[in-house]
Ligand binder design. Structure first.
Ligand code: HEM
Length: 513
């Protein structure tokens, strides 16, 4: 979808201006640069390239189709920029992993990063010293040796999750959102959250604002023509007022998290949380206030929505393919008995099937990134017959690879068994759910532990069914469904004993939020 929704008179003028100069720029773009050689790809229009062939939502199947047509790689042009898509696990491993040093930048996002995020969102940051410092802070916070620190929060919040599923299963999507948000908020700011918190509601609305603008490569016309921003007079930039408003709102929400922490400390509380160390580290690296706010806020944002979506994906798969749920429950019952006790993180080694479910849920449907996450090449590179120019954008064709029969047989089915192999315990192997190379998700360890505790407990205590007359469309699980259910689903306790177990073990955690 193009960013024409709030078009006003200034916007109209700007578009006239753009249309007038595009032919000149188009000619320059089309000039062949014989030094470089790129994989083939679908034809597009001279000026906009393939921009209008990309569906604005749920673009995965279109990219899978191109992947099937062109093999290992294909090239498209979105606006002014050339994108190469990698269509096999092998090319992703070779280019993004083995040559990760080169494939480490991010493209320019002149609206969603420079204006809407004030240049501060780590996910869209180019390869700069600030990005390197932020990654160091994230690693310090999220490294696996810290897992004992976040384990109690995951235990408590997953108990609250079960309680809420029991009491109001129709709000399952909100309970998942609260679970994910409260774990990361407790780790970073030392406080649990509830969906009634105004700040949590505002946080999710800032994520929506951001994702709506950024989600698809074709979301916004000027974003695909970065030079445009530089030449359109500022007062004619029709996208700017909204982006600036969102930036202001986002900074306000993030600042309120740190202000609230300061207030609690002044009141004599001594919350043990990472925000305190993070602020010291950010000061050490010379971050200004906005950069500090985004450092904390980005972790909350990244840690909340991804786990929430992953829960929705697992639920959809459970309702559509009940056979694997029965296998999971047999293993859970063997370890925890008949509603005797809840699974815990210490059961990890005895529950390999749950670990396989985590990996299959990351493969079966993409979380936020059906078409992968882009990165830019920071030096020229040669691969086989191809020669790529520095600055070219690369992405892994996430949906296309995961739904290619040569990579995954019976790819449409949810089959955790496919991951029951020697690589089972390497949570980054065999799928692209956490990305690849040096931009890989730094929160993968926390993310997988979130999934383990939530998946195992939910599958132990509940059954999931499609609602008659409302089949789940697994190709359209809305990743931004904060205020409405992404699909209808029937959630029922497995037995009276399981109800009693949840009442007994989870009431305290659940009633407090
Ligand atoms: C189910 C859980 C999660 C999934 C599926 C997920 C997925 C992803 C993906 C696909 C990327 C892009 C990687 C790339 O470009 O190759 C990413 C980046 C990132 N993730 Fe996660 N993530 C999850 C949980 C988390 C958590 C819990 C945190 C932090 C608490 C986190 C923090 C980040 C950050 C900061 C980045 C940006 C890294 C960069 O650009 O350098 N994620 N994540």
């Amino acid at each position: 979808m193009l960013a024409f929704d709030n078009l006003h008179f200034g916007g109209g003028l700007a578009i006239l201006f753009v249309v007038a100069i595009l032919p000149l720029v188009g000619r320059a773009l089309l000039k062949p640069k014989t030094k470089y050689r790129y994989p083939a790809g679908p034809n597009g229009s001279p000026l906009f390239g393939n921009l209008f062939q990309v569906p604005p939502k749920y673009a995965g199947p279109k990219f899978a189709e191109w992947g099937n047509q062109y093999g290992d790689m294909f090239t498209i042009r979105l606006g002014a920029r050339r994108w190469v898509f990698l269509n096999s696990m092998q090319t992703v491993r070779e280019l993004l992993d083995r040559r990760g040093r080169l494939y480490i930048g991010r493209p320019e996002f002149p609206i969603t990063q420079d204006i809407l995020s004030g240049g501060n969102r780590i996910i869209m940051m180019s390869y700069t010293e600030r990005w390197r410092n932020l990654r160091k802070i994230m690693h310090q916070l999220l490294m696996s040796s810290n897992s004992d620190i976040y384990k109690p929060f995951q235990d408590m919040e997953s108990r609250a999750l079960l309680w809420q599923y029991l009491k109001s299963p129709e709000d399952y999507y909100q309970h998942g959102a609260r679970f994910a948000n409260s774990v990361i908020f407790s780790v970073v700011f030392g406080r649990r959250t509830s969906m009634r918190d105004e700040n949590v509601r505002l946080l999710f609305s800032t994520i929506d604002d951001f994702m709506e603008t950024q989600a698809s490569p074709s979301t916004s016309l000027p974003e695909q023509f970065p030079w445009l921003i530089k030449i359109i007079p500022r007062r004619l930039q029709w996208f700017r007022p909204k982006a600036e408003r969102v930036f202001k709102k986002t900074i306000g929400v993030y600042a309120s998290f740190l202000d609230d922490l300061d207030k609690r400390i002044r009141q004599g509380q001594d919350p043990k949380c990472f925000a305190r160390d993070m602020t010291d580290l950010a000061t050490k690296y010379g971050f200004d206030d906005a950069q500090k706010y985004f450092c904390a806020g980005s972790i909350i944002e990244a840690g909340s929505d991804t786990t929430r979506n992953q829960l929705n994906i697992m639920l959809a798969a459970a309702a559509k393919f009940p056979a694997w749920v029965a296998t999971a429950q047999t293993q859970l019952d063997a370890v925890c008995g008949d509603a005797k006790r809840l699974p815990t993180m210490d059961d990890w080694a005895q529950l390999p099937y749950i670990v396989a479910i985590i990996k299959e849920s990351l493969r079966w449907r993409p979380n936020m990134t059906a078409t992968g996450t882009p990165r830019t090449l920071i030096e020229d590179d040669i691969y086989g017959d191809y020669k790529f120019e520095k600055g070219t954008i690369f992405s892994y064709n996430n949906f296309g690879i995961c739904h290619n029969e040569d990579e995954f047989t019976n790819n449409e089915k949810f089959l955790p068994e496919r991951f029951l192999n020697d690589d089972l315990q390497d949570m980054l192997k065999g799928h692209l759910g956490f990305g690849a190379g040096r931009r890989i998700c730094p929160g993968w360890h926390l993310g997988t532990r979130n999934m383990f505790i939530a998946f195992s407990r939910l599958l132990y205590c509940f059954n999931f069914k499609e609602v008659p007359g409302a089949p789940i469309n697994e190709n359209e699980i809305d990743p931004l469904a904060h205020d409405h259910p992404p699909f209808q689903i029937e959630i029922v306790p497995r037995s009276h004993n399981h109800v009693e177990l949840v009442e007994r073990e989870c009431a305290e955690a659940g009633q407090a939020v």
